[in-house]
Design a protein around this ligand. Sequence first.
Ligand code: DC
Length: 228
Amino acid sequence: MSQVRVPVITIDGPSGSGKGTIAKLAAENLGWHLLDSGALYRLTALACQRHGVDTQVESAVERVAKHLDVQFVPNEEETQVLLESEDVTKVIRTEEVGEIASVVAVYTAVREALLQRQRDFREMPGLVADGRDMGTGIFPDADVKIFLTASVEERARRRYLQLKAQGKDASLAELVEALAARDERDANREIAPLRPANGALVVDSTHMSITQAVEIVLEEARKAGLLV
Ligand code: DC
């Protein structure tokens, strides 16, 4: 008997493009599963930090990635993320952890260690996967591929507002600089560089509302015959 093919929508793009929010809303709307692949790199980074693992040593980081003890627990509000049974939902979103994640994500062995874990999220009735290489590397046979971008200034502005809302101090100029540096590292690394997948629809969300961007994703799903 042939296996049932599980449909996938991939949403790739740089930090702050809104892909996390848009992927979550699209998945909710469709009643599908969600893969936040960036969280796995962030969890690897946090686990290295907690266990005092030197992030300059690829094989040491690989071991951490292979043995990651994580759980994603869907809740009403947000998905709770547990690392070794501890709630790290908020900790993994910090700039510091994001920076380390971007460093460990350049290692081939780390990306390979996380490959199957990401593919395991592909379950019926479907998956919306967000990250950098969802459409290029992890789910090359995806039914719909979106590459979501926004200007670096707009992405920094969104992050600035988020941090302010959390009562944190932030400098817009520093955020622009940090995002540009991270984009550069993510786009120019040898393995799985950030770029639109073949056949991806490139969506610039600079002047778009979240609702408009979600509507585009759902429209693509409709066109691909994924909505009944
Ligand atoms: O999307 P994010 O900010 O949570 O991702 C954190 C880091 O992980 C980012 O700098 C790049 C990396 N990443 C990656 O290399 N591949 C993915 N599929 C997702 C994230």
